[in-house]
Design a protein around this ligand. Structure first.
Ligand code: ATP
Length: 143
């Protein structure tokens, strides 16, 4: 089975989380494949910039999720995928969805609503974990 490793972020601004809307209407967290020689957190930071135009900084590692999917339009092949997630923060609400990356909207959405609209249950779990780890100190720290 093919293996794939990606990294992404739960990017906070106050009580809101950065979410992306795909062309098919699904709302997901920003993430992408880790390139050769790249650290997980570098990949997460780069993907968030590429997909949403948001410069985010890493606060801490949250955990990983695992799923398998079948590529139906190319070779019929199964991929075993692991996605590593970081709690991150942005200093601005500005974001620009990158259409060439497959996204039609990018928004900071209130924590409760973000959990409701997130397409995948494992991403809902990651959002909850990130919110629980997001301390008052994380909100206030200015570097
Ligand atoms: P990446 O953003 O890491 O470059 P991608 O856009 O190439 O990835 P995925 O988002 O992993 O690909 O989607 C591949 C398949 O896996 C799709 O069919 C998608 O619906 C499914 N999928 C995506 N995220 C999850 C998830 N969290 N849980 C289960 N299935 C998922």
């Amino acid at each position: 089975m093919r293996q794939e490793i990606s990294a992404g972020g739960v990017v906070m601004f106050g009580n809101a989380i950065l979410m992306l809307e795909k062309f098919n209407g699904e709302w997901v967290l920003p993430k992408g494949k880790v390139e050769t020689g790249e650290k997980l957190e570098e990949a997460a930071t780069r993907e968030i910039l590429e997909e949403a135009g948001v410069k985010a900084e890493v606060l801490k590692y949250i955990g990983k999720i695992n799923y398998t999917y079948e590529d139906t339009w190319k070779v019929k092949e199964c991929t075993d995928k692991t996605v590593h997630w970081f709690l991150m923060k942005s200093r601005s609400l500005a974001c620009v969805p990158q259409r060439e990356e497959g996204f039609i909207d990018a928004k900071f959405i209130h924590i409760d609503r973000a959990c409701e609209i997130a397409k995948y249950d494992d991403e809902k779990g990651i959002i909850n974990k990130a919110v629980n780890e997001y301390t008052t100190k994380d909100r206030q720290d200015v570097k």
